[in-house]
Design a protein around this ligand. Structure first.
Ligand code: PMP
Length: 428
């Protein structure tokens, strides 16, 4: 039998850190990652046959659980007709119709292959359409690995304590202004000073890359007003929150209308898909109908579109989001009760099917609070959970995800594991 350790040894010789995306390497929590052999429903199985209840869900896409037959069969049907055409295909039209119907702020959309591509393209549109250069982002928010975003970025970069990356030209980073999340006064001051040069402000409407931090009441509305007042575009990066916190994404959940939106993860049903879209007058400036260039050999790929469309069908089932939110609440309330019972300082955040766990007594609504929580205790808890067959995101700075495949029994098993893991973590 191939073991996780043996695979990781081989992988480290061949790929940086043994992985194709940094946070998978467990650098933040220590130890070695497991290698997944297969996935089904709420579970992953590693190459050694161990089963894990999975709260990462491929970092968000698997909102109906892994290997859902409706999605798998749609992919199987699509594959029979060829893998890629390089011409338009009917599924792209259905996808665009579905997105524009589900997200009223989007009149037109462009499909891409990842969240990174979507955000890079969206800020190009913001710059091209406004004729301005500055971009505003938030400390602790992650928008993929585009040069403009690796400026005090979160996710892997935050995990490793490397707020900026070598290879990002300073001249480029100078065009990105960074603000504290959930601080409307700071945003107001920044816009008062630089508003006339700001092309767009990009934000995760629920931050999911510094653990999970929802916006304060009125915060997104305040940002909307600032952007409108100063002629800057408001870009919601809904790569994580889109089709996750509500069918209409965070913009429906909080009732705030952005100018542009980016998607990834769920929209591809597990295939490599992203999208950006928004107001017609903006999107019509994208090539070939306008001069703002953006393209992709595999964009709108027929197999990827089939997976994404099947996923979007499933999540439109009546009551889907109510049930998902109730399951997530069962988990976070349950974990809180376990931690309280063990006398551990602990708090949680939760929006729809997205959650965050913090080893602190405070209710966390800022990046500073998230980074001040006890991450060493989290790391021990993470490993305790892993030993007991529960896979949480391998970093204290990532949101967790519940799927509709997690049963009440899975949640109960998770809480049982948490009791043991917390006792062990505290003792350690
Ligand atoms: N934006 C957000 C909010 C994300 O969470 C991520 C990935 N976690 C991205 C953009 C980048 O997406 P991708 O990894 O598909 O490039």
């Amino acid at each position: 039998m191939t073991t996780n350790h043996e695979l990781f040894q081989r992988a480290q010789q061949l790929m940086p850190g043994g992985v194709n995306s940094p946070v998978r390497a467990f650098k933040s929590v220590g130890g070695e990652p497991f290698f997944t052999a297969r996935a089904d429903g709420p579970y992953l199985w590693d190459v050694e046959g161990k089963r894990y209840i999975d709260y990462v869900g491929s970092w968000g896409p698997m909102i109906v659980g892994h290997n859902h037959p409706h999605v798998r069969e749609a992919v199987e049907r699509a594959v029979k007709n060829g893998l890629s055409y390089g011409t338009p295909c009917p599924a792209e039209v259905t996808m665009a119709e579905t997105i524009t119907r589900l997200i009223p702020s989007i009149d037109m959309v462009r499909m891409v292959n990842s969240g990174t591509e979507a955000t890079m393209s969206a800020i190009r549109v913001a710059r091209g359409a406004t004729g301005r250069n500055l971009i505003v982002k938030f400390e602790g928010c992650y928008h993929g690995h585009g040069d403009s975003f690796l400026v005090k970025a979160g996710s892997g970069a935050l995990t490793f304590g490397v707020p900026t990356s070598p290879g990002v030209p300073k001249a480029n980073a100078d065009l990105t202004l960074t603000l504290a999340y959930n601080d409307l006064e700071a945003a107001t001051r920044l816009f008062d000073e630089h508003g006339h040069d700001i092309a767009g402000l990009i934000i995760e409407p629920v931050a999911g890359n510094m653990n999970c931090i929802p916006p304060k009441d009125g915060y997104l509305q305040g940002l909307r007003e600032l952007c409108t007042k100063h002629g800057a575009l408001l870009i919601f990066d809904e790569v994580m929150t889109g089709f996750r916190v509500a069918l209409g994404g965070a913009q429906a959940y909080y009732g705030v209308t952005p100018d542009l939106t980016t998607f990834g993860k769920i929209i591809g049903g597990g295939m490599p898909v992203g999208a950006y879209g928004g107001r017609r007058d903006l999107m019509q400036q994208v090539a070939p109908s306008g001069p703002i260039y953006q393209a992709g050999t595999l964009s709108g790929n027929p197999v990827a579109m089939a997976a994404g469309l099947a996923m979007l069908e499933l999540i439109q089932a009546p009551g889907f989001y109510d049930q998902l939110a109730a399951r997530t609440r069962l988990l976070t309330d349950g974990l809180q009760a376990v931690a309280d019972g063990e006398g551990v300082a602990f708090s949680t955040n939760r929006v729809g099917g997205m959650f965050g766990l913090f080893f602190t007594r405070e209710k966390v609504d800022s990046y500073a609070q998230a980074t001040a929580a006890d991450s060493a205790l989290f790391n021990r808890f993470f490993h305790g959970m892993l030993e007991r067959g529960v896979y949480l995101a391998p970093s204290a700075f990532e949101a967790g995800f519940v799927s509709s495949a997690h049963s009440e029994q899975d949640i109960a098993d998770t809480l049982e594991a948490a009791r043991g893991a917390l006792r062990a973590a505290r003792a350690g």
